[in-house]
Each structure stands twice: as C-alpha cells, then as structure tokens.
Design a protein around this ligand. Sequence first.
Ligand code: NAD
Length: 485
Amino acid sequence: MTVQDVLDEIRKRPGTGEVIPIIDPATEGQLTEFTDCGPEAVDQAVARAKETAESGVWSGMADYERARVLWRIADLIDENADILAELESVNAGIPPAQAQIITKVGSEWFRYYAGWCTKIDGIARDVNTGGLTGIESHQHVYTLREPYGIVGLIFPWNGPVFNFCAKLAPSLAAGCSSVVKPAEETPLSALVLDRILAEAGVPEGVVNLLLGYGHTAGAAITAHPDVEKVAFTGSTEVGREIVHASASSNLNKITLELGGKSPVLIFEDADLDMAIPMASFGTFIHSGQACVCGSRIFAQRSVYDRVVEGIANMANSMQLGGPKEQGAMIGPLISQKQLNRVLGYLDQGKADGVELVTGGYRLDRKGYFVHPTVVTNVDPDSSRLFQEEIFGPVVTILPFDDDDEAVALANNSTYGLAATAWTRDLGRAHRVAKRLKAGTVGLNCQMQFDHSMPFGGYKQSGWGYESGKAGIETYLQTKIVWAQM
Ligand code: NAD
C-alpha cells in the first residue's frame, strides 16, 4: 500500500456531507479530499457497534484470544511502520524521524494493553450486614468489571497514529465496541490502522471509523443515546461542548484529555546546560503543537538573562521545514486556521507591548511555518499570551525570586496538564512537585511519557486518566453482586 493508494481510497469513501479538503501543511497544496460521513452514517455505525456489543463477539471472546489479537495489531503496525510514518509526515507535517518514533510508540500501546486483557478483575468479600441490625445476615459480595458497550473515541490532529492507538488499545483490551472519529485534518493514517484491526482479527462492526467534521460527525457521536462513554482528546472549548452534549442527552460518561499551558521552572542551581536545551525542545517541538509543551518558562532572577538568551539561541538554531526537507527538525503548523490563531496571539501581544526576543513572524515561504518565538515582559494576570493555550511555537519567559513566587506564577493558570522543575536541590524538587497543580510533573526531565503510567489533567486540562492501569479502567464499569449465603 502506498500513500497514493490511501489518498485515492479516502476520496472514494461514501458520505452525505460537505467535501473536506486535506492539505499538506508544509506546502499548502491539496493532497486529496473526502466527504463528511453525515449523521446517518453515525447512526448506522452505532447500530453496528451495538449489535457486536450485544452479541458479545468481542467482549465475550476468551481473554487470552483478545490479547493475541491486540498483539497481532502491534505486529502489523510494525510491519506497516513505513507507510504509517509517511502518512503522519505528509498529513501532519511531522519530520520523518519523529514520525517513525510515534509509530513505534503506537504499536507498543497495543502490546502493553494486550497484557491487560487477562488481568481485568474485581474484588470479593464475605460480608455480615447483620452487625447493624443484630440479625445475622451473611452475603458473599463480588464485583465484575464490565466494558462499556459502545464508546465514542474522538481525537485531534497533533499525533494521529499516537492518538488512534492510545484510545483503541485500552478500549479493545477492555472489550468495548466503538465508533472512532479522527480529526478532519488528519484522517489518512486511520484508514491504514482500521485495515490493520480487521486483518489482525477484530470482528467486523466492533470498531467503526467515521470521517467528518467535529460539529457534524463528532457532535452526532457525543449526543447519540446509545453511546455509553465518550473518550475525548482535544481542546478545552470542545471538551466543554461534550459535557453539554452529555448533559442534554443520555448523561453518557466522559473522559477528557484537554489543553494545557504548562509551566517550566528553572531554579538558579539547575544544570543549565541540560535545562535550557530540554526546555527549548519541550516548547518548540512539533511547532508547539503538543499538549504538554512547556509554553510558560520561569527562571530565577540570577539566571534569568542566561535562560532567555539560551532559549532564544536554541529557537534561532532550530531548522524548520517540511518532511521532505533535509535536516528539518520542526515541521509546520497544521492548517491555515491554526496559523491565523498563532499570528493572532502574536499581534495581540505586540499591541499589549510585550517584548519579542526572537521570532514573532511567519516564514516567508509556502507552508504554515512560524519562527520559534520567545516573549518576555508579559503581564501574567492580564496577557492572553500568558493565560491562553496558543498551541504554537511561542513561549513566554518571566523571572521569579523565590520558591513561593515560582509556584504562584506556575499555578496562575486555568490549565493543569503538566509542569517541570529544574533544580539540583532534591528537597526543593519534591516540595515544589507537591505544590504544583498539574497532572504530570517532571523533575529535571521534560515531556516524559510511558504506556505504563497514568496521564491526565488537573483543573481545566481534563477529567479522568488514560494510559497505565488507569487507562483500562477508563473503559470499564463496576457491577457489585450480592449473594445471600
Ligand atoms: P479540537 O478540540 O478542535 O478537536 C479535537 C477533535 O474533536 C477533532 O476530531 C474534532 O473534529 C472534534 N470535535 C470538534 N468539535 C466537536 C464537537 N462539537 N463534538 C464532538 N467532537 C468535536 O482540538 P484540536 O484543535 O484538533 O487539537 C488541539 C487541542 O487538543 C489542544 O487544545 C491540545 O492541548 C489538545 N490535546 C490534548 C491532549 C491531552 O492528552 N491532554 C493531547 C493532544 C491534544
């Protein structure tokens, strides 16, 4: 299968809605187009998923057999790594070496959750409820962990293979049937992954791929009365809409992995030779389009000038370019819409009188490239640049004097996805980690992630957790069975 095959295949998919162009963000050229599946397709997909949930063709399969299917999916992802990485590059503008890594991470999601298929269990107790009434009454009580019948899986464009695997692996391990909607900007790799699921032995109708806009296909999934759970990754604004949809339809359960504005604290005793490049990488990688990017850096006053200069130098040294351009380390923003959003924030900052140390402009070439941008002299209480998620290669740097001020500045945000502290003082590192209001804290490391550990956001960065044991729990509900003895 080649990229061209996928571009042709998506064009032929049936749909009843608008025609949606797919744009190469590095060249602004149209790659292909597809038709929004439309609301009837959502109804049909949910009906197919419901049939499989009721028949138990997947949830009732022997656990070890389900595990083998997941393991086969992982192997097939590895076998198709080149085409998946190529699609990731072409569609999302990700440099080839990084796209290869993302694909590898994708297959490991399935291997990790293959192991969970045989380890889903509840608790059991013998209970004497007679203690309170004085009448002896003995029961054997146990819990069953049961999959949600139909889950809606919706995710963004910033890592299409990663996002697909992060949702499908645990939901399949749990035994759920699903309807799946990738972002309208980046649906290409989902076609290959969908084919891989079938080839690996996922029965027809268990996973149902839907392609379309968020306000059409996505909204129809979240409001569907038969969808019992929605697992969503995306912006906080859309997360809120999903909560409204649940409240006004069937109160379906929701897991939300949302936006961030993650702080990075650099103390004066930090190893600056490590902290400066890592903080730069952690903010500009993927043009700042990763949810955990450290977009607010705070440096202790005595090292502030060195940190600003060091990050600006790194920003100026990072080579931007499309996936076909030799040596490019950072790709483009995903779309014209995202470009306008980032430039809008920069214009607003300039009007507010912030200082642009470097960057602040679009590159004079084809493609949605913005020069990595370092901003200082920002008012943390009023600046939108400081407060709002830009999701672009823009970082603010502010000074602080002591631990209390550093923590207060870091926590001055409605988001709480991730945070980092760079310091050689072990006691301070752990004290600060405890005080930071974030779902993930890195101490002398940044952007760390592993399948085996939970991931989720504090404050308006999310509800619930994905990954690790918590990730499988996301797709399970608990039934408590009381048996009179
Ligand atoms: P988005 O919220 O606009 O879209 C995400 C997905 O939701 C897309 O598939 C979209 O089509 C769909 N959608 C849009 N409106 C919808 C609606 N009304 N109902 C149902 N679905 C709808 O986000 P985006 O711009 O694609 O992605 C960027 C955002 O994702 C950033 O805020 C980023 O921080 C966040 N993100 C979070 C994590 C995390 O794990 N916390 C990971 C990656 C990205």
